[in-house]
Design a binder for this molecule. Structure first.
Ligand code: ATP
Length: 341
């Protein structure tokens, strides 16, 4: 019997609750410092305690996971804490396509996949001297918006970069990627692509609440100017959103183009959950500034299903549960190898 494992962070509770609801044994690879928190949740059957998540590559963890026929569900913490090489070297089967995670972490590969998907993306800016309009400086990998900042010209950029270097958050220009700032209403579009049925399911939308950029609106303009603050985009939580129904056609079309492009560029393609992240402009056109090629934490909102998953399923279907359902369906057809790497 297959069991489902994940790292204790990000969306572990939702993933393992969903796995339990689908009848799986659940395993949490848990840092010792967080054991007390996760012991509160009775749907977690087994704990593999570690000092660092990197131990998931060690023989001890691999043996426990193997004995349990475990499939690991990858999420943002795996990507944030391990390099692409480390993730690819994990011996335990990983749900979805572990090779595509490299395309999420590497800015150039990421841009290539978005271009191939014919998504509208913000212009990337070659270097500080090319900054003309409002520009966002972003760190590589899944930094969750921490240490990101806005700049309007080179001088402004240098001042802010140097402050972050002094604070030890970045080392220098090499840690930053510059992109045109896309103005509009942010939306994080959550999808699930089933390799087994060949169908794309739109699962929900969320918005992020980011500190301290989202708190700034509460301070009057004069005080904003007076405080010497470099607002960051550190994600603190997520809130729900529903879209105008007329936008859904384009939402599906973007998701389908992404799935097709991923099939062409990175075999076996985009299996399972993914997210297109961007903003709607004044003409309700979507600009995608990022994608996540795995479950995003914004799906934690919908443990009991979302306004969109309820239109597809007659039972509460979280993203975590949808993943477990896919594994169950594959198991019953002896085709688990189709959906893990
Ligand atoms: P994660 O992997 O958790 O998605 P990340 O480190 O890849 O995080 P991004 O999603 O790229 O971070 O960006 C963090 C935040 O910065 C976004 O939620 C958004 O608010 C803002 N942001 C990023 N790029 C742009 C852009 N081009 N225009 C406007 N806002 C942006």
């Amino acid at each position: 019997m297959t069991s489902i494992a994940t790292l204790g962070s990000h969306c572990a509770l939702q993933v393992l609750k969903g796995a339990k609801d689908e009848g799986f044994k659940t395993i949490l690879v848990c840092e010792k410092k967080r054991e007390k928190l996760y012991r509160r949740f009775k749907f977690i059957d087994e704990f593999v305690l570690v000092d660092s998540f990197k131990e998931i590559m060690d023989q001890r963890c691999a043996n426990i996971l193997k004995e349990n026929n475990a499939v690991i569900i990858p999420h943002g913490t795996l990507i944030a804490q391990m390099s692409s090489e480390e993730i690819e070297s994990i011996k335990t089967p990983i749900f979805g396509n572990k090779w595509i995670l490299r395309w999420e972490s590497d800015r150039n590969m990421k841009e290539k996949l978005m271009v191939e998907s014919k998504l509208k993306i913000p212009r990337s800016i070659r270097g500080p001297s090319d900054i003309q309009g409002l520009t966002i400086a972003k760190r590589h990998g899944a930094a969750g918006g921490k240490g990101y900042f806005l700049a309007t010209n080179e001088e402004d950029y240098i001042k802010k970069r140097d402050k972050l270097v002094r604070e030890g958050i970045i080392k220098g220009d090499q840690d930053l990627y510059l992109q045109e700032y896309a103005l509009g209403v942010s939306a994080y579009l959550q999808y699930f692509y089933s390799e087994l049925s060949g169908e794309l399911e739109f699962f929900g939308v969320d918005r992020r609440y980011e500190s301290d950029i989202d708190g700034l609106g509460r301070i009057p303009a004069q005080e904003q100017i007076d405080v010497d603050l470099i607002p960051s985009f550190n994600v603190v939580g997520n809130s729900p959103l529903v879209l105008r129904e007329s936008l859904l056609e384009d939402v599906y079309a973007m998701g389908e183009r992404f799935v097709e492009a991923a099939k062409r560029l990175v075999a076996p393609g985009m299996t399972g959950p993914f997210c297109l992240e961007g903003v709607y402009d004044e003409n309700a056109k979507f600009t995608t500034f990022e994608f996540s090629a795995r479950i995003v934490a914004g799906t934690n909102l919908y443990v009991d299903g979302s306004p969109y998953s309820s239109l597809i399923y007659d039972e509460p279907m979280s993203m975590g549960r949808r993943i477990a359902r896919e594994i169950k369906n594959a198991d019953s057809k002896n085709s688990l190898s189709k959906i893990v790497t």
